[in-house]
Design a protein around this ligand. Sequence first.
Ligand SMILES: C[S@@+](CC[C@H](N)C(=O)[O-])C[C@H]1O[C@@H](n2cnc3c(N)ncnc32)[C@H](O)[C@@H]1O
Length: 329
Amino acid sequence: MLDEIDAAIGAGTENVQTVMDIFAGTSVVASHLKTAGYQVLSNDFLYFSYVLQKCHVELDAKPDFSELPGDPIAILNDLDFKNTHYTEEQCFIYRNYSPAGSARMFFRPENAMKIDLIRLTIEEWFEKALIDEKGYYYLLTSLLEAVPYVANIAGVYAAYLKFWDRRTYKPLVLEEPAIYEGARSRAFWRNYTDMLSVECDLLYADPPYNSREYLPNYHILETIARYDYPKIYGVTGMREYDEQKSDFCKKAKVAAAFEKLISGCRARYLLISYNNEGLLPTEELVRICEKYAAPNTFRLYEYEYRRYKNKIPNNRKGLKEQLYFLERS
Ligand SMILES: C[S@@+](CC[C@H](N)C(=O)[O-])C[C@H]1O[C@@H](n2cnc3c(N)ncnc32)[C@H](O)[C@@H]1O
């Protein structure tokens, strides 16, 4: 939807300098807006999203790794359990998400072990001040972006496959994450309600649109990012969570959540991504937008396709992606 987002902003705004992506997720939209020349404020309440944002939104250049004995990505890719001082006990992913220590088949043992060794090494480098905060988030991003390529899943971590997918046999390989040049931008790790008082010219919001919470779908990435040895439970080894439950995923709260967003923010312009099968019906979201829009500024754009691809074919014919644009009164 990047082209459509650009077009909607271009058609309805003037003098926009600061843009907030308040539900940034992968940070794809936020980093795109940064390269388009805006100063970006990005936010999400998941920590792994914050890590991605710290790299893709905040960094302008590759961090300095001169305190290390060589290229960090090469060193991390070459780690071997035998040559490290870590114990299996420390290896949380190996013990809990591979058949080496559990019934869970999220990763083959050798890749699970590699994720742990890389994660432990990044932490140790940071604790010993061999890398700074920029280097820390850059390397964590490299790890988080490599993991999906060897995970035994059909897209999200709410379940693992019962047979080993071919891709899981490939070794985990870190690559240099992308760095986007642009205006000085900032990442946040907050609930959206705590971002509303932050000033910006345009607020872009891509909230969840159905009742499925994000954390259960991405719990392993969250645990790799935090590496906090959480209590886990159930078939998939879910971490407990409360703070990351979203009002946008609750039928009874979603209207109020949108109203809080639209009425409470400080932006002159608002652009919301949603779809016509979302938890909040189109008529209701239109009504809320119109309530807060300056006369003749509200526009609803609809697109009859979904451009992202996953393993599950999308046969839902009537599905329309939507962009709601308004200038606040
Ligand atoms: C549809 S996704 C955003 C996808 C994003 N545009 C991208 O390109 O990856 C919605 C995001 O909102 C976040 N989220 C949901 N409720 C939130 C809340 N109350 N506060 C902050 N973030 C929230 C989720 O963690 C998720 O990353």
